[in-house]
Design a protein around this ligand. Structure first.
Ligand SMILES: C[S@@+](CC[C@H](N)C(=O)[O-])C[C@H]1O[C@@H](n2cnc3c(N)ncnc32)[C@H](O)[C@@H]1O
Length: 211
């Protein structure tokens, strides 16, 4: 397996995903409408921070995290002196370094689909732990209808390594199985959208922590 941290650092050095990420996304707009004012938010896999700055400008307090220190260092420079926006390096496949019940919302756009089933389930447990009761989990992952599905070497069910990139494609059923007993699902839907200029298919979910 290719080293995913190296791969993402390279992508962020080359700015290959920056070109498409200058504005807050439609998912940000959707989430920003429903979360309470002045929420404390943890963002997982923030990339270039285009949604992070959207949340900060909407007066939420954000810890925006990413595996890539290249991305985090660039974001710190680009968005410096914004008191309610903090960028931190974090590998979400490790236990989260935050307290129980710390966040009003967790936001993860295109970042929860890189892990084996076992690791994904641990990440969802950790997300549940650090969310306040009724806290929001909002995520989009690539779906099993994505054009890249099935390309490359199969690692496990619905998970493939293609040109060095590992992706675990979600179905709605799989997303529901990750959420069941821990979250009340408010929305779960599938669709098509262009991500970074490429035709893609997604599963999107908004749910709330049951505690
Ligand atoms: C496709 S980009 C999405 C970036 C941003 N959320 C967006 O919607 O444009 C995926 C991001 O997840 C990050 N990532 C990959 N593995 C990660 C991990 N184990 N922990 C935290 N972030 C990770 C990558 O560095 C990359 O910035």
């Amino acid at each position: 397996m290719h080293d995913q941290k190296k791969l993402w650092n390279k992508a962020h050095e080359q700015e290959s995903i920056h070109h498409y990420s200058t504005q807050p996304t439609s998912f940000f707009e959707e989430v920003n409408k429903i979360i309470p004012p002045a929420s404390r938010i943890l963002e997982l896999g923030c990339g270039v921070g285009n949604d992070s700055i959207g949340f900060a400008e909407a007066q939420h307090t954000l810890i925006a995290t990413d595996l890539s220190e290249v991305a985090i260092n660039k974001n710190k420079e680009r968005f410096k002196n914004i008191p309610n926006l903090n960028f931190e390096t974090l590998d979400m496949s490790e236990p989260l370094r935050f307290h129980d019940n710390e966040f009003d919302a967790i936001y993860a756009r295109l970042s929860l689909h890189y892990f084996t089933n076992e690791v994904t389930r641990k990440i969802f447990s950790e997300i549940h732990r650090v969310l306040k009761p009724n806290g929001y989990l909002c995520f989009i992952c690539k779906s099993t209808n994505d054009p890249l599905y099935g390309k490359g070497t199969e690692i496990e069910k619905d998970m493939f390594e293609h040109n060095g990139h590992i992706r675990h494609f979600f179905s709605e059923e799989y997303a529901k199985s990750l959420l069941e007993n821990k979250f009340k699902i408010e929305k779960i839907e599938s669709g098509d959208e262009k991500f970074y200029g490429n035709n893609s298919a997604f599963v999107k979910s908004i749910s709330r922590a049951i505690k």
